[in-house]
Design a protein around this ligand. Structure first.
Ligand code: URA
Length: 241
């Protein structure tokens, strides 16, 4: 790996900030001061220091993103902007991908990582990792709707769902609108929208609040992201075992 890429990846700033560090002769690799960003090193073997500080090369990265509308949960797309287009260095260099998918018009919690094993485990249908959403619904959600969702319901294409927990937050009878919270333990395509379609209602707004123990940080603005804390990551890892 090139030294300038390594330095940007471990969080020492953008490529141009990294260049400045190199020019100041602040960076050494295996005891030798290196000023050329093109210098090649092996992150698993080389000891890189900035000043007196030894850098730790972290192989895996984990971020929570507050996904805005209008971007797709993919790594590349020929037409649409993707969630990766929201990232700046160093995250944009870390080969991240989204864990699961949110629809283009869905907002909220999306985990980004380069840890394929953890992603695989969290998405495994066997793990039943719970996902909680808040949604605005066109229609009046009643306790009967909650009972239907709590039993195994059949979607329009005949697929059956696992029981989901539906909580009514507010109902505006005059405008036929409801705000609800729903927790599902599977990840079928457009699942929440299709569950409401099956009872003749439409999801107008959908936001994910939680995945397993990981809660969307209320301080994160739409489009912003931050690394997971050690505690958040430890809990997620535990759930994926
Ligand atoms: N269910 C949906 O319908 N859409 C999402 O983005 C997530 C869950």
């Amino acid at each position: 790996m090139r030294l300038d890429k390594y330095l940007a990846t471990v969080g020492l700033g953008t490529r141009s900030e990294v260049k400045k560090l190199l020019r100041k002769k602040s960076v050494s690799v295996d005891g030798e001061v290196i000023t050329d960003g093109k210098f090649q090193l092996d992150p698993a073997i080389s000891q890189v220091m900035v000043g007196q500080k030894v850098l730790i090369y972290q192989n895996y990265y984990y971020y929570m993103l507050n996904k805005p509308k209008g971007v797709v949960s993919a790594t590349t797309d020929k037409v649409e902007r993707t969630v990766l287009d929201l990232l700046v260095e160093p995250a944009s260099n870390q080969k991240l991908f989204p864990v699961g998918r949110l629809d283009k018009d869905t907002t909220g919690l999306l985990l980004l990582t380069n840890d394929g094993a953890l992603s695989h485990e969290l998405l495994s249908p066997k793990k039943h990792v719970a996902k909680t959403y808040v949604a605005q619904i066109a229609g009046i959600v009643t306790p009967t709707t909650c009972e239907i969702f709590a039993s195994s319901m059949t979607l329009k294409n005949g697929e059956k769902t696992k029981p989901a927990k539906l909580k009514i937050l507010t109902v505006d009878e005059a405008h036929e609108r409801s705000v609800i919270e729903i927790t599902i333990t599977e990840g079928k395509y457009h699942q929440v929208k299709r569950m409401f379609a099956a009872v003749g209602m439409k999801v107008l707004e959908l936001k994910r609040l939680q995945m397993g123990s990981l809660k969307l940080d209320p301080k994160l603005k739409r489009g912003d992201y931050r690394p997971l804390s050690k505690q958040e990551l430890a809990k997620l890892r535990h759930e994926s075992l």
